[in-house]
Design a protein around this ligand. Sequence first.
Ligand code: NAP
Length: 336
Amino acid sequence: MAEIENVIIVGSGPAGYTAALYTSRANLSPLLIEGWQWGGLLQQTTEVENYPGFRDGIQGPELMQTMRDQAERFGTRFITDLATKLELSDQPGGVHRVWVGEQEYQARTVILAMGAEHKKIGAPGEDELSGRGVSYCATCDAAFFVDKETIIVGGGDSAMEEAIFLAKFASKVTIVNRRSEFRASKIMLDRARGTENIEWATPFTVESFEAGENGALESATLLNAETGEQQILPTQGAFIAIGHEPQSQIAAGMVEIDDEGYVITEGRSTRTKLPGVFAAGDLVDHTYRQAITAAALGCQAALDAEWYLRDTPEIETPAGVAGDDLASEQYGSTQA
Ligand code: NAP
């Protein structure tokens, strides 16, 4: 029988590492299952200028390494692998079970912090040309597209931000949005409109991506959503910025999940409907999705777990497992 841990944390973005920092400083010796590509979406960014404490900014990967090191300093233990299955108890004081492949771990509390992945369009050619012109991160890949013609797909703040950044490198950036109205805030939209080499294609969807003879992206076929007109737009770089998908699959059928896949927590706490199971970060947050807000939720989850352990009498056996169909999918890494 495996030793029963105080806390298992699943996921390794700012929420997971902050939860680990707080629970390790509370002497709870947390076990963090961090995935193969630990560090979450910030591993893919370059300069982070809006995380307080770094006056001159910090590179995303360096920020994540520092968070990990800080959690390790206070006794966090890491498993650099994917959690593959959960069985979460619905009994107060019950034991939760987490698998990494064949290996089972047990804990009194579990903090879910699996983050979110970039959404895909699902167009033919998208997967095949990913890394050969199709990308989900302009801040990571824009430098490969100096003087190239590019597109950004999406009409939210992310699309505007990515387009403005990309426009510093590419000769042309065409923003392709499926509606003529934009979800983006006025300030971001105005900035994009004021950028000389940004052009607009609305209301267009991307039907497919095509490769040239060298196997790299050469064009995108667009469809006008109102007239049905098709256009082939030459492009060497296509950046998809249509939002994110929370990585909640592994907890499906146990904790409550909303229509968009976000884990539902109670009020302003990080408590899920299951005693001893908490959720934090981009997994629960549709609105703010910032590194600092994810870190704050990770801190809240750690405190919620600590208080739960203090106040809840233990029961010995893993009884009363939640959900009829226990999910057994791998949780994807928090990177695309
Ligand atoms: P978002 O606001 O949800 O926008 C997603 C965009 O992608 C929308 O234009 C949406 O179109 C489009 N879209 C969704 N699915 C699509 C599909 N299958 N095919 C084509 N287009 C599709 O997501 P976001 O831009 O990532 O922003 C998320 C949150 O972060 C927002 O609250 C935003 O304000 C915030 N944020 C802020 C900043 C900033 O202030 N600097 C930067 C980035 C993000 P529809 O409108 O038709 O649904």
